[in-house]
Design a protein around this ligand. Structure first.
Ligand code: UDP
Ligand code: MG
Length: 311
């Protein structure tokens, strides 16, 4: 098997058939053996039925059906676990990542790059909030991690078998695939493309999911927030100590003291706020730590047409 295309699918019934045809048209001319691996991430619509119909017509169509919604990143990880290709393309199921770019990605991979990611030159049809938050997030992330993360790139990319096999050895529960791939190193390059509007349907990313992904990205690749909590703790304690000296001074030396309600309130509120923030930051890391300690399977498969591998 030369090429696998891994596609996470969450309520994409209106896109699946068009996606399938465009993928076929883009990949067939390459005249290589390939598979289209759909991972149904607990869709509530008819996505799975459509995929199964395609699988009946065409044995190149493989699918994994999750028992519930596990999230795009886990869907991609599952696809990578099952993909057989020497090279694997990761592509969104809503046609925002144009299948027509696959031959160009493939050509770059053939030149020996282990990773060729697709960088978004422009983003059409997305709200200003989404565009700005995404822009800020990628820049913040590159600043606070030691890993060099590509800016303005999603998961749309081609990766080699070597990279897939190394990814499979990374056991963390909080998947942030683009971060993992950046962390791995290897010779990487990129192509630019214009990100299109979603073809049909609605984004499966609520703000909650987006924030979760962002926090997963930050906490998995940076300890800076924890260090900031420590540093601000020291800073605030330092100030509090000076204020204490001043209080003692005015109480016993100058004896010029007025019951200071406002200063009391301000310092209590300020200290309380700083403490809560610090605890919250620790909590974010802690909760991820405990998820990993529980060591549950990353995803549960309901059904699939991929045969079990016999060792
Ligand atoms: N997706 C998924 N699980 C989810 C949310 C999204 O598998 O919980 C898939 C979705 O079907 C699509 C890709 O991930 O193929 C990107 O999601 P979406 O287009 O909703 O996100 P956006 O492009 O709006 O950021
Ligand atoms: Mg999309």
């Amino acid at each position: 098997m030369e090429l696998s295309v891994v596609i996470p699918v969450y309520n994409e019934a209106a896109n699946v058939l068009v996606l399938y045809h465009r993928l076929q048209q883009a990949i067939q001319p390459l005249a290589i053996s390939y598979e289209l691996l759909f991972v149904n991430d607990g869709s509530a619509d008819s996505s799975l039925d459509l995929i199964k119909q395609l699988a009946q017509q065409n044995t190149q169509v493989r699918y994994l059906d999750f028992s519930r919604n596990f999230g795009q990143q886990i869907a991609i990880s599952a696809g990578l676990d099952k993909a057989k290709g020497n090279a694997v393309v990761i592509l969104d199921g809503d046609l925002q990542d144009p299948p027509e770019l696959i031959p160009a990605l493939y050509a770059q991979w053939q030149k020996g790059h282990e990773v060729v990611y697709a960088r978004r030159k422009t983003r059409a049809g997305e709200s200003l909030t989404k565009k700005t938050t995404a822009r800020l997030f990628y820049r913040l992330l590159t600043r606070i991690t030691h890993t060099s993360m590509p800016v303005d790139a999603g998961d749309f990319r081609i990766i080699s078998r070597k990279v897939v096999n190394t990814l499979k050895q990374m056991p963390e529960q909080q998947k942030f695939i683009r971060g993992q791939i950046a962390w791995l190193g290897f010779p990487q390059t990129f192509l630019e493309y214009d990100r299109l509007e979603r073809y049909q349907g609605q984004s499966g990313y609520s703000y909650t999911k987006m924030i979760r992904l962002a926090l997963d990205g930050i906490t998995s690749y940076s300890n800076l927030p924890l260090k900031m909590a420590t540093v601000s703790g020291f800073g605030v304690s330092g100030i509090a100590f000076l204020v204490m000296l001043y209080t003692l001074y005015s109480r016993f030396i100058t004896r010029d003291y007025v019951p200071g309600w406002s200063s009391l309130m301000v310092s209590i509120l300020f200290l309380g706020g700083v403490q809560l923030i610090a605890i919250g930051i620790i909590g974010e890391y802690m909760s991820r730590l405990s998820e990993n300690v529980r060591n549950r399977p990353l995803y549960i498969v309901n059904e699939t047409n991929i045969p079990e591998e016999v060792n």
